[in-house]
Design a protein around this ligand. Structure first.
Ligand code: ZN
Length: 127
């Protein structure tokens, strides 16, 4: 049996190092909230799991990219996506996988409660 077990603690330590070194801005969509490391040159394409080849990315962006080569077209795709969303991208990418831009929370849905209008007291005879 192979005792060689990659990943796990070493992997998360590497991610922590990447986030610590490069910050929390996702290198794909360029928004904050990155929680994973993405490889500039994917491992599947011969890239190494070293700091120099890693950049912070959202989990969602990371998995969306898969092993595609990092081209200007790919980056434009990610950034255009985020531009269209215009909500907190971290929340969007981490919590949802919606295809359409969600509506902003309605600030207009306040309860238009029936305000108790001041009763028109008919004042009579002030004479
Ligand atoms: Zn991202």
């Amino acid at each position: 049996m192979s005792k060689h077990h990659a990943g796990g603690r070493a992997s998360s330590a590497m991610t922590a190092l990447v986030l610590d070194t490069y910050g929390l801005t996702c290198h794909l969509c360029q928004r904050p909230g990155a929680t994973t490391r993405d490889h500039l040159v994917p491992l599947a394409r011969g890239g190494l799991d070293i700091l120099d080849n890693c950049r912070p990315a959202h989990h969602r962006c990371n998995s969306r990219r898969q092993d595609r080569p990092l081209t200007p077209a790919l980056l434009a795709e990610f950034r255009a996506r985020v531009e269209a969303i215009s909500v907190d991208p971290a929340a969007f990418f981490e919590d949802h996988d919606r295809q359409e831009a969600p509506r902003p929370p309605s600030i207009f849905s306040r309860n238009v409660s029936k305000k108790t209008l001041p009763t028109q007291e008919s004042r009579e005879g002030e004479a």
